[in-house]
Design a protein around this ligand. Structure first.
Ligand code: AP5
Length: 273
């Protein structure tokens, strides 16, 4: 298993439950990962989940898991064809799938959304879902990488269809060529990692997803992270950024508290006058 949680409730149809849940943490993280295809979101999700005990919620993984369904619904068949071309699946289909799994947002280990939201409409739908669940986002980690590195990463990617672990033939090879270290599954190249599909995915990202960085910057939750370097270097950059944000929040809370106390003293003094 490549995360602490088996993600059965997320990957399966409605009603599935996870056999293993992450342990509750002192600080629960609820995060979104933004970034172009191949920036390393899935790789960081796996590492961050191990470090933070969160559950990895990837909409791309829902579609890839559905590829194995014996009889996918017509809507799902259309969505899978769209994904193979590298285009975005329509918002109403994606939001309905996430809504069916809204219980996963309340996972006791927190969550890490990877690949959702991808459009302004999806970001607004997520805001509504979180409000309904009584939750707020802690931060949005936005990974940035030059185009030539993206192309090299996608060209060498191999994935395990069984446990969803991600490898790279050069930078993260499995111990035995073509075989998953974690579950022994046969590694494959994703259908949407062909050049034509990669071009479509990059175009969709530039048009629909990149503007979300501004959306979250306005909300004050955006944390830009440089995605160059080894996966472990990017992980420690991400963890450090989260730590700094958390300490900034507690400082602000302290200042707010002090100001409130000062206000009480002033109010008391005014009453005495
Ligand atoms: P999705 O599965 O979300 O794919 P993506 O966003 O295109 O991202 P990728 O999985 O390609 O890349 P990644 O950033 O996770 O990189 P990875 O860690 O694998 O979506 C697929 C499709 O589903 C979409 O195109 C769309 O059709 C549909 N879809 C999904 N969600 C949707 C939504 N919300 N709305 C509409 N449609 C939706 O890394 C890449 C490679 O680089 C790997 O080989 C890895 O080993 C290697 N690598 C990673 N980090 C490093 C590093 N630091 N150094 C060296 N190599 C590295």
């Amino acid at each position: 298993m490549n995360t602490l949680n088996d993600r059965a409730a997320w990957l399966g149809a409605g009603g599935a439950t996870c056999a293993t849940l992450p342990a509750p943490r002192v600080r629960t993280h609820r995060l979104v990962l933004l970034g172009p295809p191949g920036a390393g979101k899935g790789t960081q999700a796996e590492l961050l989940c191990r470090a933070l005990g969160t559950c990895h919620l990837s909409t791309g993984d829902i579609f890839r898991a559905a590829q194995c369904a014996a009889e996918p619904s017509p809507a799902l068949r259309d969505a899978l064809a769209t994904m193979r071309r590298g285009d975005l699946v329509p918002d109403n289909v994606v939001v309905a799938l996430v809504r069916e799994r809204a219980g996963c947002l309340r996972c006791q280990g927190g969550f890490l959304l990877d690949g959702f939201p991808r459009t302004q409409a999806q970001a607004e739908a997520l805001d509504v879902l979180l409000t309904e669940q009584g939750l707020t986002l802690d931060a949005v980690l936005s990974y940035e990488l030059p185009l030539e590195e993206i192309v090299a990463r996608l060209g060498g990617r191999r994935t395990c269809p069984r446990c969803k672990a991600v490898y790279h033939v050069v930078t993260r090879p499995p111990r035995a060529e073509g075989t998953c270290d974690q579950c022994g599954g046969r590694l494959v190249q994703r259908e949407d990692d062909r050049p034509e599909s990669i071009r479509n995915r990059m175009r969709a990202y530039e048009e629909s997803t990149r503007p979300l960085a501004d959306y979250y910057a306005r909300k004050g939750t955006l944390i830009p992270v440089l995605a160059s370097g080894t996966p472990e270097e990017v992980l420690s950059r991400s963890l450090e950024a989260l730590k700094q944000r958390a300490s900034g929040e507690s400082t602000r809370a302290e200042i707010g508290k002090a100001t409130a106390e000062e206000r009480t003293v002033l109010d008391d003094e005014r009453r005495l006058v």
